[in-house]
Design a protein around this ligand. Structure first.
Ligand code: ADP
Ligand code: MG
Length: 484
């Protein structure tokens, strides 16, 4: 491998999150009874005409703006012809020569050597065009025959084509994750990879290091998880190197990844563009996006993930890592900001509770932040009690668990369980006195220089007060009392 270099370009099909299809009002919802969302336009019956879904167009434009691309003032739908049972018209409506989006980019982070900052690498996005999805062929549902479900046919997609700028499987995954995060953030895709809302084809070739020309590429289709993309690319790189080193040649072809074996195998030789007999679709007008349209759509763009991450570092003085975790999803970032604002606790404390305790709990429950059993109000309510010293951070862990178990909000739990911390010096001193009287041996040892026993006394007093002694007060008073 060491004297070889991989060259990778990715094509991502991203389902747009519209209610209805790209050229008709039929629903796009996933999982409906087969063929219940296949109206005459979807079926391609004679006499029907496609009408562009305005929302699909707006989403495509939104994407173009989010990747700093050129959004075409005029783009054109084209027919891409091929025969397949799940494509009733015999052609797919796509865009070819004049796509809606061209020349954008996405920056990915390449981890630096340990302890060093990651470096940014810019991956070019050649184009993104609008098109309709095909239906689904169901090969396993009926023995000996193939079932066709046309519900998905006509679902709006954007196909996002990267430049061959990617040089390893890890970079490919970093790019895909970044892209996935972005389309979910700007609300144009639900990002559900199991349901096929975000699918990737990986173009891979290899060349000897220093070689200027690209090698012949293969295209591995529909690898629909980040891990599979990584495995498929790694396998394909190895395979191509072996073929060439053994004196063979790579053939340009489409391959299929088998997740069970981790291998790719040849599916068909690759069509060239002219095999598809592309031509402008006479049923559809050119798509015109005016400068005013563009500005109106730009105004709907939310703060993008990178900008949010930078802001979290500067505005809240958070470590980069915390900022990255919290801005991973916009709903999570919103949750964090609401907790900071309403709790009065410092941002880093809020970040710690959210990134460790809350995300840990949600992960165990298999739940998303939007379905969190602990609301913003509940977490903020608990943090307020830490801030006003009603409870210690340690007791708060118990309160948190109780909130998670559905025992109510922090105040109710603190009251029901009698968790209010003891801040009264007198009460703490009397507990210290009892512990000292009960442990004369340890006391003598401590006073003769065994400093380590301090922790023992802290533990004993905490035990005697059911963990409720205020830690700062306890430390201070214990030092005074234990002093020889
Ligand atoms: P097609 O439509 O036939 O798939 P494109 O020209 O649109 O062809 O390219 C598809 C993808 O293949 C792009 O992401 C591009 O970056 C990538 N690509 C092109 N040439 C190579 C190559 N030699 N090695 C790896 N990837 C490549
Ligand atoms: Mg392709």
């Amino acid at each position: 491998m060491s004297n070889w270099e991989a060259v990778i370009g990715l094509e991502v099909h991203c389902q747009l999150r519209t209610q209805s299809k790209i050229f008709t009002g039929a629903a796009t919802a996933y999982g409906a009874e087969p063929n219940t969302q296949a109206d005459p336009v979807t079926l391609g019956l004679p006499g029907v005409l496609p009408v562009l879904n305005r929302e699909a167009l707006q989403m495509a434009v939104k994407f173009g703006l989010a990747i700093g691309a050129k959004v075409a003032e005029r783009s054109v739908f084209a027919r891409k012809h091929y025969f397949y049972p799940d494509l009733p018209k015999g052609y797919q409506i796509s865009q070819y020569e004049l796509p809606i989006v061209a020349e954008g980019h996405l920056d990915i982070e390449i981890p630096g050597p340990k302890g060093e900052e990651p470096t940014l690498k810019r991956i070019g996005i050649t184009r993104a065009h609008m098109e309709e999805d095909a239906g689904k062929s169901l090969h396993e549902a009926f023995p000996g025959v193939t079932g066709i479900d046309l519900n998905r046919a006509g679902t709006p997609l954007i196909e996002i084509v990267s430049e061959p700028d990617i040089r390893s499987a890890a970079e490919a995954v970093a790019y895909l994750k970044k892209l996935h995060q972005l389309v979910v953030y700007i609300g144009i895709c639900d990002g559900n990879m199991q349901e096929g809302s975000f699918r990737c084809d990986a173009n891979v070739s290899v060349r000897r290091k220093g070689e200027a020309k690209f090698g012949t590429r293969t295209e591995t289709k529909n690898v629909n998880s980040f891990r599979y993309v990584e495995k498929a690319i790694e396998y394909e790189i190895e395979r191509q190197i072996e073929v060439i080193e053994a004196g063979g040649k790579i053939v340009q072809e489409t391959r299929l990844f088998n997740p069970d074996t981790g291998e790719t195998r040849a599916m068909r030789s690759k069509e060239d563009a002219n095999d598809y007999r592309y031509f402008p679709d006479p049923d559809l007008l050119p798509v015109v996006v005016t400068a005013a349209d563009m500005e109106a759509i730009r105004a709907t763009l939310p703060e993008l993930p990178e900008a949010k991450r930078h802001r979290f570092v500067t505005q809240y003085a958070l470590p980069k890592y915390d900022a990255a975790v919290l801005t991973g999803e916009s709903a999570l970032a919103d949750y964090f900001e609401a907790v900071v604002e309403t709790s009065g606790a410092d941002a880093k404390t809020c970040a710690n509770w959210i990134t460790t305790d809350l995300l840990g709990a949600l992960n165990k429950l298999g739940k998303d932040i939007t379905a969190s059993p602990i609301s913003v109000e509940m977490l903020a309510g608990m943090l307020k009690r830490i801030v006003d010293k009603t409870i210690s951070g340690k007791i708060a862990k118990d309160v948190f668990e109780a909130m998670l178990a559905g025992e109510g909000d922090a105040d109710a739990i603190i009251k029901a369980k009698g968790l209010v911390q003891i801040t009264d010096d007198g009460a703490i001193i009397s507990a210290i006195d009892k512990v000292m009287a009960a442990n004369p041996g340890q006391l003598a040892d401590y006073r003769s220089g065994k400093d380590k026993l301090f922790g023992f006394f802290v533990g004993q007093v905490m035990k005697a007060t059911q963990g409720k002694a205020n830690p700062d007060a306890l430390n201070r008073l214990l030092k005074e009392k234990l002093a020889p």
